[in-house]
Design a protein around this ligand. Structure first.
Ligand code: FE
Length: 155
């Protein structure tokens, strides 16, 4: 009773339309949009090199690199295919994909929100489970899957 259904899907979709554009050459693929705890699981796919974003996490993030590699400018490690990453609450970092990486795909479990920052540390934007759902609805409507396509990932 009242237990919500599980989700079991091929993480990397066969239908390209499932990838939601985030920015030029950057997409996310929703897997779980958790409106109860506030957070989401997705794949992030990047097909360009350079800086993606500077951001802060108010809550914990974990990730697993499926393909390619990336790093944070603030740290001396590189997350490569097969790497596990834990990002603690309060962490501020700048995601960058190296020039010799044509494509990276990483699974992220993001709790709470993404707070985007400029170089001075001022907030320039944010994302949470609700903005992600809105982005998915608009995209899936536009590509013909229907706005309610996202509902299968919402809990
Ligand atoms: Fe991060």
């Amino acid at each position: 009773m009242h237990i919500q259904p599980e989700i079991a899907v091929a993480a990397i979709p066969t239908d390209e339309r499932v990838w939601v554009p985030q920015a030029p050459d950057v997409w996310f693929r929703p897997l779980l949009l958790n409106t109860v705890s506030g957070g989401w699981c997705n794949l992030l796919r990047v097909r360009k090199s350079g800086v993606l974003s500077r951001h802060r996490h108010p809550m914990a993030v974990v990730g697993y690199v499926i393909k390619g590699k990336w790093f944070y400018r603030e740290h001396d490690w590189v997350a490569e295919t097969g790497s596990f990453v834990y990002e603690p609450p309060g962490e501020v970092h700048t995601l960058e994909v190296p020039a010799d990486c044509p494509e990276m795909i990483t699974f992220f479990n993001i709790q709470g929100a993404m707070i985007y920052l400029d170089a001075d540390g001022h907030q320039t934007g944010f994302e949470d489970v609700w903005t992600k759902i809105d982005m998915c609805r608009a995209h899936y409507r536009a590509v013909g899957l229907g706005a309610d396509y996202v509902d299968q990932f919402v809990r």
